[in-house]
Write a protein of this length. Structure first.
Length: 88
């Protein structure tokens, strides 16, 4: 996305989850990565100055390699964003 995948890492597409070995002392692989997760939590507007949101606005968490300043503003597992449930 935004750049050509040259495959120089040995993977012309996405890499298998264990391609780069364990990332920590627990043996976990890729704990932060290319994933957004839909939740069953409705988005709450906490700032009274914020515009109202649709009733079907839900919380989506995580990050993606698609994240860049033009598409989203975070790439971390604790990131939270609002999206309407029908945008999946």
């Amino acid at each position: 996305y935004g750049a050509r995948n040259t495959g120089l890492d040995g993977h012309p597409g996405t890499a298998p989850v264990d391609a780069y070995g364990p990332q920590n002392g627990f043996g976990f692989y890729n704990m932060v990565g290319n994933v957004w997760e839909w939740t069953s939590t409705q988005w709450e507007v906490k700032d009274p100055r914020a515009p109202p949101v649709d009733a079907n606005t839900m919380v989506k968490k995580g990050g993606s390699f698609l994240c860049n300043p033009a598409t989203c503003n975070r790439f971390r597992s604790s990131a939270r964003m609002m999206f309407t449930a029908d945008s999946a």
